[in-house]
Every structure is written in structure tokens, then in C-alpha cells.
Design a protein around this ligand. Structure first.
Ligand code: MG
Length: 383
């Protein structure tokens, strides 16, 4: 009997923060997508189709280089479109066992695949799932508990999910258009087929938020290391009617002068993050000699640095920015700055600090000739 698998890797995964979609990020030294591909092929599936978004075929081919028996298919707008494209690309017959798997569950092991395959072979359809351990609460829409629900008999569905290929194709053909299923089992359930629950593994939890990567690294047995970086920047005051600081526009009787928008807060923070990963400084990445950056919004500099951290499989743990000036007063804008920085960093706002101080009238900041920003950033990276 032949066996085949589809890995769905066409998602955007916006909740995982800025940077590459999660299937392309490294996890313990290997891209997320490659983990699942290796596990499925290592468990002996005869054919693997990896479904990727338009224009990502080349990148997928690089990630899968050296592995046998795979091919690519192009995904659709919805997850179910991608699954349908994947199963259409398989060459197995109706009796073949097909396993459908999310790329965002990288810690798949051969034992999981074998357990599931045995159940599908015996029962025709099976999924990996975990019984609920936590007590379930329903909220009242205002952050309070409206009810406690029974958890008896409830499971969390994971992937892979396995079926006979012919049956899965029929199930998708019969699924009402416009209704998006959240997994394959529910599509097959609608035909009235029984689907067996096979014990899954907490390690197969879906990578959804930036912090999930740190947990997955730990589960993968990979060591993580902490790095710290610092940044310092100064800009001169000149004529104008406001300043950009930490990505927030503040009305003022002067402006900060610089090649870009002169947001010293974002510049110092960008340098701190680049420093933490040993990636040079902001001038290396965005040369002031390049007219392209004249008047540029500095949030793109920070976004670039955050993307470099993500590309190394890292995450930003916390940042702390200090602005040094007599005026404008920073305090009324501090929360807006924290919110803006948290958004740019893909970090929770409690991991973002903005502080301000004056130099008691001393020096160039005291004379209001210019403003200084200083920042530190803590970054967690694979060891
Ligand atoms: Mg600067």
C-alpha cells in the first residue's frame, strides 16, 4: 500500500510577528518546514507534496534540497484550497494513505507518523489529538467568566491527519463552497465517516506567536543564548514644527535635523538590536550617502533589524530606550511610543520601556541644541 503526505506551507502567519512567515524561520538550525519534511520522509512516505504560496517555489526548493521524493504545489487563498491543491498533485490511487500536515508543527517525529499510519490503515481515518487538560471558561465579552464548561470528552486536534486519498478527495468535493473547514477531519466527518483519535504530543503544538519559537527550541533540545546590544544616537535641533521620536510624531517649536526623519529613538534602538546580533550598525544597512533614505521614515530601519533577528531564529526579549532632552516633554507620549515600538518589534508592550531624562540644563541637550537617545536590547538566539 502506498502512503503519501501533504505539508501545507502557504500561510502568512501574521501572529508570529514581523519577518518571514514561520515555515521559513530557522528552528534549532533548520528551517521550520524542513523538520516536518524530514520526519515524514524518514517515516517512509512514498511521495511528499509541499504546498507553498505563489513565488515561493524557489525558496522551498532550497529548504528541501537534498531530500528525496518531494514535489511542490501552489497554494490557494484559503487553507482548504491549499490542501485541495496538494492532494490533487499526489500520484497515489484512492487506496493510498494520505497524511495532511501543517508546516507550523515542526516537531513531528517518526513515532508520531507510525502511530497515525497504523490507525489509518486499520480504521480508514485518524488524527493526532490531545485530550484537554485545562479547565475551559467561556467569557462574557468583557473579560470575565460567564460559564465553566465541561472538558470531559474534548480533544485538541493536531496534525498530521490521515485518510484514504480517494475518501479525502470525495469529502472535499462534497464540502459546501464558501464554508472554510479548520481541519481535514471535519470535512471527512461530514460524509459520516468515523475518524479515530490517536494520542498526539504537546510538542506538536502549532507555532503561532513569537514566544512559541523559544518553547519549540527548548523541546527540540537546542540551547538558546541571550545577547545584549546597545545603541546611541544624537540629532541636532533646527527650525521646524515637530519631531519624530520612537515612531511617534510630537508637536514642538523645533524639528530634529537629519538625513532621514531624524528619529533618534528608533535609530538608537535599531543599533541596539543590530549590536545584539553582531550585524554592524544602521549606517551599514542604510548608508546616509544613499539618497534613497533622505527623509525616510525610520520605522523601516527598525523593521529591518527585527527581520534579521527572526531570520536567525531569534526573538527580541525586551528593549529599553532613554531619551535625553529638556523639551519636548516626553512623558505625555510615552505610552504611545511603547505601543508603537511593541507593534514594530512584534513584542508585548511589557517588554518595551521608554524613559526620558534631562541633563539639568548642562551640555548640548541642556542648551537644547540637540537630543540624545540611548537604547539597550536583549535578544534570544539559537546557540
Ligand atoms: Mg540618527
Amino acid at each position: 500500500m502506498t502512503s503519501c503526505a501533504v505539508i501545507v506551507a502557504a500561510g502568512v502567519g501574521a501572529r508570529a510577528g514581523p519577518g518571514d512567515a514561520k515555515q521559513w524561520r530557522p528552528l534549532a538550525g533548520r528551517p521550520v518546514l524542513r523538520w516536518s519534511a524530514e520526519a515524514l520522509l524518514g517515516a517512509g512516505v512514498d511521495e511528499l507534496v509541499v504546498v507553498v504560496a505563489d513565488a515561493e517555489e524557489e525558496r522551498a526548493a532550497e529548504v528541501l534540497a537534498g531530500l528525496p521524493r518531494w514535489k511542490l504545489a501552489r497554494g490557494g487563498a484559503a487553507r482548504s484550497d491549499s490542501v485541495k491543491a496538494g492532494i490533487a498533485a499526489l500520484s497515489g490511487g484512492d487506496d493510498a494513505v494520505v497524511l495532511v500536515h501543517d508546516a507550523a508543527r515542526p516537531l513531528l517525529r517518526r513515532a508520531h507518523v507510525e502511530r497515525l499510519m497504523a490507525a489509518v490503515t486499520a480504521d480508514g481515518a485518524a488524527i493526532l489529538a490531545l485530550p484537554l487538560a485545562d479547565t475551559l471558561k467561556r467569557d462574557d465579552g468583557q473579560g470575565r467568566i460567564a460559564a465553566t464548561l465541561g472538558r470531559a470528552g474534548l480533544w485538541r486536534a493536531q496534525t498530521p491527519q490521515g485518510f484514504r486519498l480517494g475518501r479525502l478527495k470525495s469529502a472535499y468535493a462534497a464540502w459546501p463552497p464558501g464554508d472554510e473547514p479548520t481541519d481535514e477531519a471535519m470535512v471527512v466527518e461530514r460524509l459520516g465517516d468515523a475518524v479515530t483519535l490517536v494520542p498526539g504530543d504537546p510538542a506538536l503544538a502549532k507555532l503561532t506567536y513569537p514566544e512559541d519559537f523559544a518553547m519549540a527550541e527548548q523541546l527540540a533540545g537546542a540551547a538558546r543564548t541571550m545577547r545584549v546590544g546597545q545603541g546611541l544616537d544624537a540629532h541636532r535641533f533646527g527650525p521646524g514644527a515637530g519631531v519624530w521620536l520612537c515612531g511617534v510624531r510630537i508637536a514642538h517649536d523645533r524639528a530634529l535635523i537629519g538625513h532621514s526623519d531624524a528619529d533618534a529613538g528608533l535609530h538608537a534602538l535599531t543599533d541596539a538590536i543590530l549590536g545584539a546580533i553582531g550585524a554592524g550598525d544602521i549606517g551599514d544597512h542604510f548608508p546616509p550617502s544613499d539618497p534613497m533614505w533622505r527623509g525616510a521614515a525610520s520605522d523601516q530601519f527598525l523593521t529591518h533589524a527585527v527581520g534579521l533577528v527572526a531570520a536567525r531564529g531569534g526573538r527580541i526579549v525586551n528593549v529599553d530606550v532613554t531619551l535625553v532632552c529638556e523639551r519636548p516633554k516626553i512623558k505625555p507620549h510615552r505610552e504611545a511610543m511603547r505601543t508603537r515600538l511593541a507593534d514594530l518589534l512584534g513584542a508585548p508592550s511589557e517588554a518595551v520601556s521608554v524613559k526620558a531624562t534631562t541633563m539639568e540644563g548642562m551640555g548640548f541637550t541642556g542648551r537644547e541644541e540637540g537630543l540624545v537617545a540611548q537604547a539597550v536590547a536583549m535578544v534570544e538566539l539559537p546557540a
